[in-house]
Design a protein around this ligand. Sequence first.
Ligand code: PHE
Length: 334
Amino acid sequence: NNHIAEVQAFSSTNKEEIENFRIKYLGKKGVLNDFFAEFKNVPNDQKKEFGQVINTLKNAAQEKVDSLKEALESSTETKGVYGDLSRPGEVIPLGSRHPISIVKNKIIDIFLRIGFNVSEGPEMEDDWHNFTALNLPEYHPARDMQDTFFIQTNPDVLLRTHTSSVQVRYMENNKPPIRTISPGRVYRNEAISARSHCFFHQVEGLYVDKGVSFADLKQTLQYFTTEMFGKSKIRLRPSYFPFTEPSAEVDVYWGLETDADHRITKGTGWLEIGGCGMVDPNVLKNCGIDPEIYSGFAFGVGIDRIAMLLHQIPDIRMFSENDVRFLEQFKSAL
Ligand code: PHE
């Protein structure tokens, strides 16, 4: 009777366990055969009862083995070797694109549409491409405008302070007409605060051809800010860069509200997004382009700054802290 209870209680989905159970009860040297062997020693008056008990046990054991085997087979049919294929899949958590990449890609898209291509250059630069070719000879005071991280001096190797180094490389290797934008990371030895970091991101733009004028520059920047910010106006404030002449600072003002005539009624105020100007003839010459034949404009905008403005990010350090609570917020911003 103990055996009957054990047989009824047994359950398994493991092939080996079921087989061991079968051998234990129904095998040649199993419990049941022992009982059958015992049978002849049982006194006659008890034979009937004893026979009934072992038959019950035998049937119970056989039924148990059959039903467990059947259950096992039908479950391996749907599960196969890969588990149960009919179960709903597990959700794989998706990452999100970094806000700097989102804005960078948007800028690239905007300029691809008007015939610019994308060029890149090294983050570790030599003196020529970061300074000298850009009309900043040694001892030029304007070198102090950009606090430089030097990797090696004499000959100087440094972390590029701007992506203007890529325009030099591009002009050295390509003939006009040139229409290229160069996105990338730049480095400056500045105190880190909510508004400035020792590394950030720029997109440099360069257009060199016959007859390129300041009007082309202004129109290109206006097109860019309209695509980037929606209804917007730009303002060019006279400024100085050694590699452009004349030079200007680019401010943008975009509308949070516009009236029926599309005039901005409520806007952001003027916000600086970068610098620009007509490529200095000396720079063209340094890069093997004849300034008597060709002219060009260049501009550089800060990706971090634009991302902060667009997404209302209060602190530039958030871009590099790798806090997923911050990064996850850009899941839907692709
Ligand atoms: N390279 C300049 C800077 O980093 C920006 C700039 C680029 C200005 C091209 C004019 C033309 O400040």
